[in-house]
Design a protein around this ligand. Structure first.
Ligand SMILES: [Zn+2]
Ligand SMILES: [Zn+2]
Length: 174
């Protein structure tokens, strides 16, 4: 969804409330895919501060699903995007792709999907766990240790240790 901001140019201090909606289905974050399960339409208030300076605020609860960092089972959780941002529109509409351009601005339009994507990336947790004490999966047999036990020798579970062990074995064979 694009919101055309040109109607706010006319007078300073003009405020408008939009019903914004996103069709974003997922975002990529630190190598994982976060699926968006639910995002209701939300109120987005935009105010023109000076000629090209704008201020916007909105609040939107999003239900996200991501794999547990330890056992990889999908976990769904709610992430509330509560934001206030000031941004500037370049009067010459030629989009030059310069770095200080906000990614959710396209000429005079505000791209709601990009905005939600941006806000999500800022508020997603660094690590998702299905539960605090998730036991993860055995990295030898792949068993989910929350549901079953395995008989693997877990003494060399640490992959760094097994590398050292391997080097050690190579020396022994020579
Ligand atoms: Zn887990
Ligand atoms: Zn195992």
């Amino acid at each position: 969804m694009l919101i055309n901001l040109s109607e706010l140019f006319t007078c300073e201090g003009k405020k408008k409330e939009y019903t914004a909606e996103t069709t974003l289905s997922s975002v990529e974050f630190s190598g994982d895919t976060y699926r968006i399960l639910k995002a209701e339409p939300f109120k987005l208030e935009i105010e023109s501060r000076t000629r090209n300076k704008f201020f916007m605020s909105g609040c939107l609860p999003v239900t996200v699903e991501a794999p547990c960092a330890r056992c990889l089972e999908p976990v769904s959780f709610e992430c509330v995007l509560d934001f206030e941002r000031e941004f500037e529109l370049k009067k010459d509409a030629s989009f030059d792709g310069s770095l200080d351009e906000e990614p959710y601005l396209e000429g005079y339009n505000l791209d709601v999907d990009q905005l939600v994507c941006n806000e999500l990336l800022l508020s997603l947790p660094m690590r998702v766990l299905c539960r605090e004490d998730c036991k993860g999966i055995c990295n030898r047999c792949g068993a989910n240790l929350n549901y079953q036990t395995c008989t693997c020798d877990t003494r060399s579970l640490d992959p760094r240790m097994s590398v050292i062990q391997e080097i050690f074995n190579q020396f022994k064979e020579v």
